[in-house]
Design a protein around this ligand. Structure first.
Ligand code: SF4
Length: 298
């Protein structure tokens, strides 16, 4: 190793989850054959990756842009509600489905719980997540009008705790907050009904998300400085960068190499991390840039 170049590591747990990687792989394979795909919504919250996909022939569109003349429509990892599939079928669009298998399983479970409550005539599906998030829209679309979305404990105060409930979380939800919410609902339900069986809790947070925070904490601790690569719109990026900064105050957020400053010392062990929407190639380009800037100083 050249002693005048600091150690630069890329966080092995950073970057796209397997569901997004899979969706991108499916899209790339199809683009090779069809030359053009219309993706419903943005694939990831990362401008550089969106530009790369656009250069391969991907168009990012909304539902109003889709008509019978649209040939190939791509569904991203977050999934879609049944109405979307109905609309695409009526249009006879060719659908390339990149829905993450974990999201698909969650959709099925939500649908099943909702169906059972619907047939019994009582009960609510409670979904913890972010209003307007595409995965939430896809999950609510599975239900028979008996679902309630809650975004925090305050909103959960309005639930009817005398009713049976099945509680689910968006796959990317914060695990600690979800645990608090579930405890609150279970306690309130018990107080109201004296039964511990009125509420069924599903731990539907994706393991790749729940493991991300402890792994990042360890990575931030074991490096002198963290360069956190994330698109400006990524809420996951803001959250994870905050976690990194709590452990390592020398955490800098950049969208790409153009935002890198003169922050390094030769003795630093440098860590490159990123949001779940940050592609590995972008983190590698940041590592290469830092390395070459030290090489140029020699
Ligand atoms: S469920 Fe997990 S693997 Fe699938 S898209 Fe969500 S975070 Fe990624």
């Amino acid at each position: 190793m050249n002693s005048t170049i600091p150690i630069i590591d890329i966080d092995p747990s950073a970057g796209f989850c397997s569901g997004v990687n899979r969706a991108i792989r499916i899209a790339e394979e199809n683009l090779e054959q069809s030359g053009q795909l219309h993706c419903l919504g943005n694939m990831v919250h990362n401008e550089a990756e969106l530009e790369r996909l656009k250069s391969l022939g991907m168009n990012f569109v909304n539902q109003n842009d889709i008509g019978p003349e649209t040939e190939h429509v791509f569904i991203r990892a977050h999934g879609e509600p049944p109405e979307t599939y109905r609309m695409l079928e009526e249009n006879s669009n060719h659908v390339v489905d990149g829905t993450c298998p974990v999201v698909l399983r969650l959709q099925r479970k939500v649908k099943e719980s909702s169906r059972i409550f619907h047939e019994k005539g009582s009960g609510k599906v409670v979904i913890y997540g972010k209003p307007g998030h595409p995965e939430i829209i896809g999950l609510l679309g599975q239900t028979y009008g008996n679902a309630i979305l809650v975004k925090n404990i305050d909103e959960a105060h309005q639930l009817d705790f005398s009713e049976p409930m099945a509680v689910f979380a968006q796959t990317t939800a914060n695990e600690d907050d979800y645990n608090l919410l579930c405890r609150f609902i279970a306690e309130q339900s018990f107080l109201k009904t004296a039964s511990q069986h009125n509420v069924e809790i599903f731990y539907s947070i994706c393991r790749q998300m729940s493991q991300r925070v402890p792994t990042l904490r360890g990575f931030a601790k074991s490096h002198d400085i963290i360069i956190f690569v994330s698109g400006s719109e990524s809420s996951n990026g803001k959250y994870l960068a905050g976690i990194s900064r709590e452990i390592n105050p020398r955490t800098y957020v950049v969208k790409d190499v153009t935002e890198i400053g003169d922050w390094f010392q030769i003795t630093d062990r440098i860590g490159i991390s990123g949001a779940t929407s940050t592609p590995l190639w972008l983190m590698q380009s940041v590592a290469d840039y830092i390395k070459s800037s030290f090489e140029q100083k020699q």
